[in-house]
Design a protein around this ligand. Structure first.
Ligand code: 7TS
Length: 418
């Protein structure tokens, strides 16, 4: 493989994304909601269409050419995914529908089998609901207790609290790599070590991590690491569950049905080895193949370049937002080096939904709401935030458009400060 280019040629990247030529409300589109879902380059769109045009057949069942081609394409995407996060083997990569399903799989399979009355599951106060609710369900069922690592005023995890929160009763520590609201990058390796020190398994929600920087699951020593294709230039409907082979081997299946069995008799069944043990029914192979194209695209850009670009643009956004004065307050760490490409903010006396709507008139697409993180919203003392999130195709000009649109919104709501 050739070395990735130094830095990101953003203009070249932008030409790869057909949607970026859209005009919204008579203004060129500025897409600032990649934390919700990313846009797709032609290479991914073409990979999906080409697969349906030339190679479509169900996987793992045919002794005929098309099915063999399809199976090979599907399993090759699994290998690409394993290499992308430096997993020891592609057998450690289970394809699901999304991050949410990956987390549910862990909770229902590993959690149900290993949690007992009085055991504890530790999550954090900055989790997305998909890394809270499955644990609430399983804890309730097993009589286990869910605890939360608090968040500091600056938007970091309060690691000093971990000492007293991790006990010999802690069986699972589940936490996000990067907050989808605050942008905070958590010290994964350190938290994993503390979990392991107490004999707990470490589950990392990488939905906002894997798309935005190089991830090495072996260096992190994560037991599970989960993420979604649709947030990293790939199609919707594909999630990844990385699990250490030793854990996947001992876990019971999650869903039962075709594909995941070795033999079915009237009195029972035996199952396949991982990863297929966890992939009941026809998998979403066409989208998985296109996800492989997304991984190729990101790998060609170079994940260190992706990270650097996002840090630069986030730094620029923090600096520009600061020029708007006291009326605009940014949530989360003050330094871009501690953040992914996510900036949540509040505009004094203007509801985030009104901000998002007035920005939409300027063609600027941001998300406003609770971002599926209501416990964090309560910690921040607000029901909602406005959030801009960046990816490989965003530019400083996009940030300027955001800031100009915010100024207009400020004028509209009579609160302009600068
Ligand atoms: N975990 C984190 C940290 C997330 O940001 C999200 C989605 C999920 C899990 C769930 O991913 P899914 O693919 O299963 O839906 N976050 C967002 C968001 O911030 N805005 O829309 C979706």
């Amino acid at each position: 493989m050739s070395d990735p280019p130094k830095g990101l040629d953003v203009e070249a990247v932008r030409r790869d994304f057909p949607i970026l030529s859209r005009v919204i409300n008579d203004k060129p589109l500025v897409y600032l909601d990649s934390a919700a879902t990313s846009q797709k380059p032609s290479r991914v769109i073409d990979a999906l269409a080409d697969f349906y045009r030339t190679s479509n057949a169900n996987v793992h069942r045919g002794i005929y050419t098309l099915s063999e081609e399809s199976t090979l394409a599907y399993e090759t995407a699994r290998e690409k995914t394993a290499a992308f996060i430096n997993a020891a083997s592609s057998a450690e990569i289970v394809f699901t529908r999304n991050t949410t399903e990956s987390l549910n799989l862990i909770a229902y399979s590993w959690g149900r089998a290993n949690l007992g009355a009085g055991d504890e599951v530790l999550v954090t106060a900055m989790e997305h609901h998909s890394n809270i609710v499955p644990w609430q369900i399983v804890c309730q069922e097993r009589g286990a207790v869910l605890r939360f690592i608090p968040v500091t005023d600056e938007g970091f995890l309060d690691l000093s609290a971990i000492e007293s929160l991790i006990t010999e009763r802690t069986k699972i520590v589940a936490f996000t790599h990067v907050s989808n609201v605050l942008g905070t990058i958590n010290p994964v390796r350190e938290i994993v070590e503390r979990a392991h020190g107490a004999g707990a398994v470490a589950v990392v929600d990488g939905a906002q991590g894997a798309p935005h920087g190089a991830v090495d699951v072996r260096a992190l020593d994560a037991d599970f690491y989960v993420f979604s294709s649709h947030k990293m230039l790939g199609p919707t409907g594909v999630g990844v569950l990385y699990g250490k082979a030793s854990l996947l081997n001992e876990m019971p299946p999650f869903l039962g049905g075709g594909e995941m069995i070795m033999e079915v008799r009237e009195d029972g069944f035996t199952w396949k080895d991982p990863p297929w043990k966890f992939e009941a029914g026809t998998p979403n192979f066409a989208d998985v193949v296109a996800f492989g194209a997304a991984i190729d695209y990101l790998s060609d850009l170079g994940m260190d370049n992706v990270r650097q670009h996002e840090m630069d643009i986030t730094g620029y956004a923090l600096q520009r937002l600061a020029t708007l004065g006291d009326g605009v307050a940014v949530h989360g760490p003050p330094d871009a080096a501690d953040r992914g490409g996510v900036v949540s903010f509040a505009v004094e006396s203007v509801h985030p939904h009104d901000i998002a709507q007035t920005l939409d008139w300027e063609g600027v697409q941001i998300r406003a709401g609770h971002h599926c993180a209501q416990p964090l919203m309560r910690r921040l003392g607000t029901p909602a935030t406005a959030r801009a999130s960046f990816y490989v195709y965003n530019t400083n000009e996009d940030v300027d458009r955001l800031v100009d649109a915010l100024k207009k919104a400020g004028e509209l709501f009579g609160r302009q400060r600068s």
